[in-house]
Write a protein that binds this ligand. Structure first.
Ligand SMILES: [Zn+2]
Length: 189
């Protein structure tokens, strides 16, 4: 079966109808989602209005949003470059400036040369200028202040950070919006 020209993605929700994850956003290819719906492994929450898929004799809906039947318990967060930037919302933890991943680097709050570890609680996102300024000093020695004490985030905290990032919204299909932001809209006013 084929869809001419388009390769839509399907948003995957957990059994509580929240996205399975935000960072990265949980999406499947439409084929994966289609098969999972047919096999009744997931519930089709919404189909695309304007896309259908055709076999020789029949036409089918293409899932835009599906939900898991069983609640998937979130695992702990991997200690990765991206996740550290995400926790800190791509913001230098010294000057507060927001940067792209390319412009950001890491800072060991307590420098490695002074016994500081490479761990969630000792690594922060940092701009190049501040990284250079701080060098091998502790924040106190360098006369610099952290915006926030670094911490090991939960999956929920990373999701919250991800949904506040404007760049995350660039790749969202309009059909998904109700399932991504309805609770955020309720917070308004
Ligand atoms: Zn900075």
């Amino acid at each position: 079966m084929n869809i001419a020209g388009a390769s839509p993605k399907t948003l995957v929700l957990n059994a509580d109808f929240q996205p399975l994850s935000w960072a990265p956003l949980s999406v499947w290819t439409w084929q994966e989602a289609f098969v999972a719906v047919i096999k009744e492994r997931v519930i089709q929450v919404k189909a695309y209005d304007d896309i259908r898929v055709h076999s020789a004799t029949r036409s089918f809906e293409v899932p835009a949003v599906v939900a898991l039947k069983q609640y998937h318990k979130r695992k702990s967060v991997g200690f990765t470059r991206f996740n550290v930037f995400l926790r800190d919302e791509f913001t230098c933890q010294y000057c507060g400036g927001r940067f792209s991943a390319k412009e950001l680097t890491f800072d060991h709050v307590i420098p490695r040369s002074k016994g500081g570890s490479s761990a969630w609680t000792n690594i922060v996102a940092c701009c190049s200028a501040d990284n250079l300024r701080k060098g091998c000093l502790t924040p106190k020695q360098a006369g610099m202040t952290l915006l926030r004490k670094p911490f090991a985030p939960t999956p929920f905290q990373l999701d919250e950070a991800a949904r506040r990032l404007p760049s995350v919204n660039d790749n969202l299909h309009q059909t998904w919006m109700d399932y991504l932001y309805w609770d955020a809209e309720l917070d308004v006013g």
